[in-house]
Design a protein around this ligand. Structure first.
Ligand code: BG6
Ligand code: MG
Length: 217
């Protein structure tokens, strides 16, 4: 199915944030890499692919396993807090320049087409990022890492979005850049468009390399 028909068929669009609307995946990578270095573990970009869409604590646990580091619950919290401090150093300087190309055009098109718009992100920093980049007013519902107990690929974040918009899951279309997020959308019974520059993802309904690829006329 082509992208325009997928959008036309949907009553609501649910966006992942990091790597779909904003260019923050690079900041997550840099902050995790800095933490991994303190464990003497070389954290590569391909390692980072596995962490996309995964919550902060779950990501930390994966890195600790890879690095073969044992940590107490208190140390785990301190490591996650340190990673977030480094991450926020980037986020604090964010402006609309970090919006990925095509984001505003798509959000405007959806609004003009009368679609409901929700955010479905694993990030606890999502609201700050929406404010910094000036796109918060586009969203009819914001579901983030503070609103859910189960991480993607659990469908909770997207089902909660659909419920808050009062739209049935099968009338929702998700934009995702992570395999865990694609699986979460499928588990929610939603259609999903992969935003996938590196052609690493599978099981989507359609794929774009970036949002500028979408044709509106
Ligand atoms: C997801 C990112 O959107 O949010 C992950 O893809 C990140 O890389 C997760 O770990 C949690 O983000 P935060 O901002 O709460 O640490
Ligand atoms: Mg993402």
């Amino acid at each position: 199915m082509n992208i325009k028909s997928l959008i036309e068929d949907a009553d609501a669009i649910i966006f992942d944030l990091d790597g779909v609307l904003v260019n923050t995946a690079v900041f997550h990578f840099a902050a995790w890499q800095r933490l991994a270095e303190t464990f003497g573990f070389e954290f590569s970009e391909s390692d980072n692919e596995h962490l996309k869409g995964i919550s902060r604590m779950d990501s930390l646990d994966i890195i600790l396993t890879w690095a073969n580091v044992q940590a107490t619950p208190k140390e785990r919290l301190a490591f996650a807090e340190q990673k977030n401090i480094w991450y926020l150093e980037f986020i604090e300087k964010m402006t609309e320049d970090q919006l990925l190309p095509g984001s505003i055009e798509l959000l405007n098109y959806l609004r003009q087409s009368g679609k409901k718009i929700a955010l479905g992100s694993a990030s606890k920093n999502a609201k700050m990022i929406l404010n910094k980049t000036g796109i918060n007013e586009y969203f009819d519902a914001i579901i983030d890492g503070n609103s859910v107990t189960n991480s993607k690929p659990d469908p909770e974040v997207f089902l909660l979005g659909a419920r808050q918009l009062n739209i049935l899951p099968n009338k929702c279309l998700v934009f995702e850049d992570a395999q865990a997020g694609i699986q979460a959308a499928i588990n929610a019974g939603m259609k999903v468009i992969a935003v996938d520059r590196a052609q690493l993802l599978t099981s989507y309904d359609a794929r774009v390399e970036g949002l500028t690829e979408i044709q509106y006329s």
